[in-house]
Every structure is written in structure tokens, then in C-alpha cells.
Design a binder for this molecule. Structure first.
Ligand SMILES: [Zn+2]
Length: 152
């Protein structure tokens, strides 16, 4: 079991109805995952009141991030659109050849290739062969930043 921390070791268990529960430090019981529990891990809010000394920097970063994110979204959309058109043009011109290339002077050649890969249906594996799933499961963790849907 490579790095897999079973729910019981995180103080979590599933009731007969499939609902997750966890035990808190004071011994009481909460419903849901410990990690996302609002009581055990309340959201720590940073605002001008709680973070006065670096508030100006963070405010500027937030504004710059919003601008960069919007610009990236526009650029990503444009890139995807152009890429789709080029792929279609190449596939049409080469009658769907599995490997083709577009050479335009002054630019790197564009290569269009067809590939296949196998993936594992981890949801089905977990359901049908839970012991195998646990044997190869790895626990990871990362910090995620998302934009809340709440109004600013
Ligand atoms: Zn809790």
C-alpha cells in the first residue's frame, strides 16, 4: 500500500447508507470528509481588516490575476479555434493520413498525428476489485485556488 491513508486512519468511516463521517478532536462526530468539514477546517478569510499590513500588495495581485486570467481565456479560445481549423485543413488535404505535416516558410512545421492510448477506468476498478485498487492507490495532496461563484 504505497502511501494510501485509509479512511479509518483519517478518523473517517462510511455508514451503511454510504455517507462519510469523521470523529473530531473532542470526540464528537461530524458528517462528511474531515478535510472539507466547515467546523473542523473553517475557511480563514483574508480581507483588509484581518490582513492590513500586506493588503495593498494582495489587492493588486488579485486585480492583476483577474486580468491575466481573462486574457488567457480569450487567448486559449482563439488558439483552440485556430488549431481546430488547421487540423481540419490538414486532415482534409491529406485524406485523413495518420501522420501529416504542414510546412509554412518562417514557421515551425506543424505535425498532425493520430495516437491511441490505454487508460484504466479507476471507478470501475474500485467497484469490482477494491483490494487491487487499494494496493495501487496513492494519496496526494495539493493546494487549489478557485474563484468562488459568490458575487464580489
Ligand atoms: Zn468536522
Amino acid at each position: 500500500m504505497t502511501g494510501y491513508l485509509a479512511p479509518e486512519h483519517r478518523g473517517e468511516w462510511t455508514d451503511p447508507k454510504g455517507k462519510l463521517h469523521h470523529r473530531t478532536a473532542d470526540g464528537s462526530e461530524h458528517v462528511g470528509s474531515w478535510l472539507t468539514c466547515d467546523t473542523c477546517n473553517p475557511v480563514q478569510v483574508l480581507d483588509a481588516v484581518t490582513y492590513p499590513d500586506r493588503w495593498v500588495d494582495v489587492k493588486d495581485l488579485r486585480a492583476a490575476y483577474a486580468e491575466a486570467k481573462a486574457a488567457k481565456e480569450r487567448a486559449d479560445e482563439r488558439e483552440a479555434e485556430l488549431k481546430a481549423k488547421l487540423k481540419t485543413a490538414l486532415a482534409e488535404a491529406t485524406n485523413g493520413a495518420l501522420r501529416s505535416a504542414l510546412h509554412v516558410p518562417g514557421y515551425q512545421p506543424l505535425l498532425l498525428t493520430y495516437g491511441e492510448r490505454w487508460t484504466v477506468d479507476s471507478k470501475a476498478l474500485k467497484a469490482d476489485l477494491p483490494m487491487v485498487y487499494v494496493q495501487f492507490a496513492k494519496l496526494g495532496g495539493s493546494w487549489t485556488m478557485t474563484e468562488s461563484k459568490a458575487k464580489p
